[in-house]
Write a protein that binds this ligand. Structure first.
Ligand code: N2P
Length: 358
């Protein structure tokens, strides 16, 4: 027993020496006299519950750096922050439609593919979902769908967005705090495109969303799945992975993608033009497309990472989960949220009316 303990301690010490060789102080001839070089900080601006924290820690160790995760709750919040300038973010996670806006406004750094060899692992079968298939400015991170999360006690629900207005659930429902998601699914209920710019269609969606708001406890994009797991809410409009993550705490949670169609986004990784650590930012993007890392991340956050090298490392229950990898018949009902350009003003007007309604 003692011999094994000594051997283990020796192994750990050797492993420690080996690790330190890769750090910025490794070539220092007189380590005792000089100050150790300070770890750079990579500032990442990301959605909440969107990365396995153990992988972030492993990256910090591998690249001798500190990672600062900052969270945003909608693309509009991300865009407002980046457009205002002043924030020292390195890596950003906009959805495809927000990538288009950032590129138009010249706020992203063109990517150096030589620094991201794992781009070879990106699954090209999803190229049609991606805003920037040549990956000039952004690399797909996760595909997310928006559906309904609910407690199994509700039984067999009608697979329709109409359930958001069910009076039996008054006060126990939440809606995403997101202009395109809420107006988008109200448009879908009526059979319209969630990228419409038709004023009459938007007005009809507004009235539906106001009725839903009256039935809901609140708009919430970040805590709702905890409320669902705890039973505070019985039914939520939610992102696929958020709802699936909450099954860890409460296995009696279900997820469905309504028959009228649903929003789909491919959320991307991009580097801010003002990044102070562009090399480290490239290394970050490369790391999350390593097959093993992508598989571990998918297992933890339960979103679909379009990374071919990861698929064979996923357990069957993730690979065969239609809420993570929607089958073709479900994908046929998905609609990608697109940049509506100047017509966003019409959405903003409707959103303000929904928010103001009593
Ligand atoms: C994570 C939400 C990410 C999905 N909480 C947004 N498309």
């Amino acid at each position: 027993m003692r011999i094994w303990t000594v051997a283990l301690v020796l192994c750990l010490a050797l492993a420690g020496m080996h690790c330190r060789q890769g750090t910025p102080t490794a070539n220092d001839q007189s380590a005792e006299q000089s100050q150790p070089k300070e770890r750079p900080t990579l500032n990442v601006f990301i959605w909440s519950d969107y990365v396995d924290p153990a992988l972030v820690q492993a990256f910090e160790e591998k690249h001798f750096c500190k990672v600062n995760l900052n969270f945003f709750e909608s693309n509009e919040q991300l865009l407002a922050k980046i457009k205002a300038g002043g924030a020292a973010y390195d890596v950003l996670y906009p959805s495809g439609y927000a990538v288009q806006t950032l590129v138009k406004e010249d706020l992203l750094l063109p990517l150096d593919h030589a620094k991201i060899p794992n781009l070879a692992n990106v699954d090209r079968t999803y190229s049609n979902l991606i805003a920037d298939p040549a990956m000039k400015f952004s690399v797909p991170y996760m595909v997310s769908t928006t559906g309904i999360g609910y407690l199994a006690e509700l039984g067999d629900l009608e697979p329709s967005w109409a359930v958001l207005g069910d009076p039996k659930l008054k006060g126990r429902v939440t809606l995403l705090n997101d202009i395109r998601e809420v107006i988008g699914v109200a448009l879908k209920l009526h059979g319209y495109s969630l990228n419409t710019t038709d004023e009459a269609e938007l007005a009809k969606a507004r009235d539906t969303a106001i009725a839903w708001k009256r039935n809901a406890a609140r708009f919430d994009s970040t805590q709702y799945h905890y409320g669902l797991a705890g039973g505070e809410f019985k039914l939520v409009q939610g992102y696929s992975g958020d709802v699936l993550q909450s099954q860890k705490e409460n296995p009696e949670i279900r997820f469905m993608l309504p028959k009228e169609g649903f929003p789909l986004t491919c959320d991307e990784m991009a580097i801010a033009k003002t990044s102070r650590h562009p090399d480290l930012a490239h290394a970050w993007i490369n790391y999350f497309h390593d097959g093993g890392v992508a598989a571990r991340n998918t297992m933890f956050i339960k979103y679909l990472c379009p990374n071919t090298a990861s698929y064979e490392q996923l357990p069957a229950e993730v690979k065969n989960n239609p809420a993570v990898f929607p089958p073709a018949e479900a994908l046929a009902r998905a609609e990608i949220v697109r940049d509506v350009g100047a017509d966003l003003a019409a959405y903003t007007k409707v959103w303000d009316e929904i928010k103001a309604a009593q």
